[in-house]
Every structure is written in structure tokens, then in C-alpha cells.
Design a protein around this ligand. Structure first.
Ligand code: 13P
Length: 248
């Protein structure tokens, strides 16, 4: 049985004071949870999160990394730097990175490989736009995004990774994929991996992301191939985030 993983993606939110209050609230309400819990925070807050969460049941990570190991890449952050700050996870290929910062499938595949090489667990985001869904190419798009990573790192690499299905039209919009819609894509992803390696497919955590809230989390997380959530807006509120974690 796969253990569910609920991860908060804070995106570009927070301050030292806000984060302290948010994390204190989450830590206070954790109790014993079935699901694993993580938060992916902006780079400047990694030291704060490391200090606050070391020894707790909450893991942490970043939202992006450079595909390069080191060098003249002004403004970039490497995988080993993230390791230095105790990161377990790093989000790779979030749709906002793909759409706003021009990250191609090839760049995403390089970032995924860089994360693995440093011992980080990449959370690989895949997902279609509304136009793509309405055009009937959801599986083609998600398949292409997955293929790029498998072509570079091999299917065995997915044993040390998480996949997050995030339909772009559901992110930050309040429009959640229905449990059936999400389950169908999750099953497609797992089936694609299973065709290459059945054991990797069975162990693969596939999170859903896109307007997951306390009110819809249990139904989404109850689907057979939905193994957790990647939570944006609701991860900025301790009670909402905890409610989703408890549903996992
Ligand atoms: P929302 O939960 O705000 O829709 O964001 C989802 C997301 O993009 C997580 O990475």
C-alpha cells in the first residue's frame, strides 16, 4: 500500500513572521497522521524551515532548482545547495514554471536529473491546459511530459520521485477536477509507467494538485490512483492544510 503524501506549495507567498505562525499552527495540529506531510517554500525561507521543522514529522523542499551543478548562472540555485538546507523534495516542472518561465520538457528533464543526482526527491508536475483538455489531447500532453523525463533518467528513476498531476485549468481557479477526471489521468500515468516497470508503477506516488481543499480532499484522495495532494492556496492556512492532511 502506498503511503499518501500531502505537500504544500507555498508559491511566492510568506514572510518570516507569517511562516513562523503558519508552521507553528501546522505543527500543533499534526497529531499522528497516516499521510506524509511536506512543505515546499521559497528559497529564502529554507533556513527558517530547516530550523523550525528539523526533528518534526514535516519534510520540506524547494519549488525549483537549476539544471546545472554550479557555475556562472546568476540568480540560480543548485540541487546541492538545496541539500545543504535539508531539503528532501524539490518541485520540478510546475505549470507556472513551464508557462511563465519557458521551461521546456527538455529543461524539466534536466532539472529532474539534477535533483536525483543530488539525492533530492523530485516532484514532477504534469498537466494539460483547458484548451488541451477540450481538444482531447490530455493524455498526449501528460504522456509527452512524462516521456521526456523517462527518456533522460530511465523508468527506474521514478522509484525515487513523485509525480503530481496538476491540470492547469484547476490551479488557483477553484475549479477542481472531478474525482473521476483526476482518477482517469492518474490511472493513465500509472498504466504508462506499468508498461515499462510494474514494480515502479505500483510504488509510484501520484499526487493531485489543483484547488484541493478540505471540502473535496477526501473524495479525491479516496480514488485508487490518487496518492496525495500538492496544495497551493489551502497550504497557506494551517487549519485548511491540516484538514487535507487528515483526509490523506
Ligand atoms: P491551488 O491549490 O492553489 O490550486 O494550487 C495548486 C498548485 O499549483 C500546487 O502546486
Amino acid at each position: 500500500m502506498r503511503r499518501k503524501l500531502v505537500a504544500g506549495n507555498w508559491k511566492m507567498h510568506g514572510s518570516l513572521a507569517e511562516n513562523d505562525a503558519l508552521l507553528s499552527g501546522v505543527l500543533a495540529g499534526m497529531g499522528s497522521l497516516r499521510a506524509g506531510v511536506a512543505v515546499c517554500v521559497p528559497f529564502p525561507f529554507l533556513a527558517q524551515v530547516q530550523a523550525k521543522l528539523t526533528g518534526s514529522a514535516i519534510a520540506w523542499g524547494a519549488q525549483n532548482l537549476s539544471q546545472h551543478a554550479k557555475g556562472a548562472y546568476t540568480g540560480e540555485v543548485s540541487a546541492t545547495m538545496l541539500k545543504d538546507f535539508g531539503c528532501a523534495y524539490v518541485i520540478v516542472g510546475h505549470s507556472e514554471r513551464r508557462a511563465l518561465y519557458g521551461e521546456s520538457d527538455a529543461v524539466v528533464a534536466e532539472k529532474f536529473a539534477a535533483a536525483l543526482a543530488a539525492g533530492l526527491i523530485p516532484i514532477l508536475c504534469v498537466g494539460e491546459t483547458l484548451e488541451e483538455r477540450e481538444g482531447g489531447v490530455t493524455e498526449a500532453v501528460v504522456g509527452r511530459q512524462l516521456d521526456a523525463v523517462v527518456a533522460k533518467s530511465g523508468v527506474a528513476a521514478l522509484a525515487k520521485a513523485v509525480v503530481a498531476y496538476e491540470p492547469v485549468w484547476a490551479i488557483g481557479t477553484g475549479k477542481t477536477a472531478s474525482p473521476e477526471q483526476a482518477q482517469a489521468v492518474h490511472a493513465f500515468i500509472r498504466g504508462k509507467v506499468r508498461a515499462l516497470d510494474a514494480a515502479v508503477a505500483e510504488g509510484l506516488i501520484i499526487q493531485y494538485g489543483g484547488s484541493m481543499k478540505p471540502g473535496n480532499a477526501a473524495e479525491l484522495l479516496g480514488q485508487p490512483d490518487i496518492d496525495g495532494g500538492l496544495i497551493g492556496g489551502a497550504a497557506l492556512n494551517a487549519e485548511e492544510f491540516l484538514a487535507i492532511c487528515r483526509a490523506g
